[in-house]
Design a protein around this ligand. Structure first.
Ligand code: DAH
Length: 344
């Protein structure tokens, strides 16, 4: 095997020599020389990472092969038809015992997203799915985060060495939503969309923080759009969801993709602002929102001197926890039946 990268080529020579001296040859992949190559990846410029990583993986596979151990054990398995139902590919005595399907039920987040989507559709919105792998441009640049801006760090985003990202908010969809529908604006129609979907963050986990959760994102673009419409829409949307009439409150905030930006709170649906276990002091902060920044519209191909819009984004788990008085966000991902059965 010959390696393009001189650093890897040199390491390959050293490692192959060492391999011959080892008693347990597969220990070669624990060698510091190899680990040092992997440690170099994050320090490389963006354009070089992928090729460098690929060559190290080739080297590792070559070393394992030399050590008499294939790095890809699945190669030794009989090929199967992956599109066939599992019972065709599995010996009868190895088949998992399945629960009867009538014992199953929808996950509470799925049901609550359906409720939120129904409300949005009754309010004339389209419902659009997000995606679970995205890129830096949709996560940040299209949302008016300047390059190197510290606000990028607020999102604890999972990023692969190749620069792919696991979206940390549903706002990644704003550019796609607006640009795909921009031609409607000239005919006098508005763009009005809800995106409820999964997002990911590299969080320290506790009762209020989970690495995988869901957001609902509202996007509206039309003419003469103002904050009053944003607040009225949100009030209606949340009153429908909680089945109660609510008071609302905003305070100024900063998001790069809205101007002005607000934190939005509702009066506690349980104690009518008296203060209780759910809300603490009567108000519950529920989402971020604002008028869509002109640069975000421009990047989606919409002229901000003619059209304006509002957007919001907040946690689905947060809404469900308030509605059902759930005190720990980690229950949702736990797969614990005694939790899930309560929503069956
Ligand atoms: N994406 C923001 C977050 O996850 C929430 C948000 C705030 C979304 C304001 C919006 C918005 O669309 O206008 O923190």
């Amino acid at each position: 095997m010959s390696y393009q990268n001189t650093e890897i080529a040199k390491a390959a020579e050293v490692l192959k020599k060492r391999l011959n001296e080892l008693e347990n040859k597969s220990d070669i992949i624990k060698d510091n020389e190899l680990k040092a190559l992997y440690a170099r990846i994050p320090m490389l410029p963006d354009g070089e990472r992928a090729a460098f990583g690929k060559e190290i993986n080739t080297l590792k596979a070559e070393l394992l092969e030399l050590a008499g151990q294939d790095d890809e054990p699945h190669k030794k398995l009989e090929p199967i038809d992956v599109t066939a139902p599992f019972d065709i590919n599995t010996e009868p005595d190895k088949r998992p015992r399945l629960l009867a399907s009538d014992l199953g039920s929808k996950h509470p987040i799925t049901s609550e997203i359906e409720i939120l989507s129904d409300i949005a559709m009754r309010m004339g919105m389209e419902v659009v799915k997000s995606r679970q792998i995205d890129d830096d441009w949709h996560m940040f640049t299209s949302l008016n985060f300047p390059e190197e801006h510290p606000a990028r760090d607020d999102y604890d985003t999972f990023i692969t060495t190749e620069g792919l990202i696991a979206p940390a908010h549903t706002s990644t969809m704003q550019n796609r939503i607006i640009s795909a529908r921009k031609d409607r604006l000239a005919t006098g129609q508005a763009i009005s969309v809800l995106v409820p979907d999964r997002v990911f963050r590299n969080e320290d986990l506790d009762a209020r923080h989970e690495h995988t959760f869901h957001q609902h994102e509202g996007v509206y673009v039309g003419t003469g759009v103002h904050v009053g419409q944003l607040l009225a829409t949100l009030k209606t949307f949340l009153q429908e969801y909680f089945g109660k009439s609510l008071e609302i409150k905003t305070q100024p905030f900063y998001f790069p993709f809205t101007e002005p930006s607000f934190e939005f709170a509702v009066s506690c649906p349980f104690c009518s602002k008296q203060g209780c276990r759910v809300c603490g002091e009567g108000w519950i902060e529920i989402l971020g929102c604002g008028l869509i920044h002109p640069n975000v519209l421009k990047m989606a191909g919409v002229d901000p001197t003619i059209y304006t819009g509002f957007a919001w984004g907040g946690g689905v788990e947060r809404l469900v926890m308030i509605k059902h008085n759930i005190d720990d966000v980690r229950y949702f991902m736990s797969g614990k039946l005694d939790f899930l059965r309560q929503f069956a």
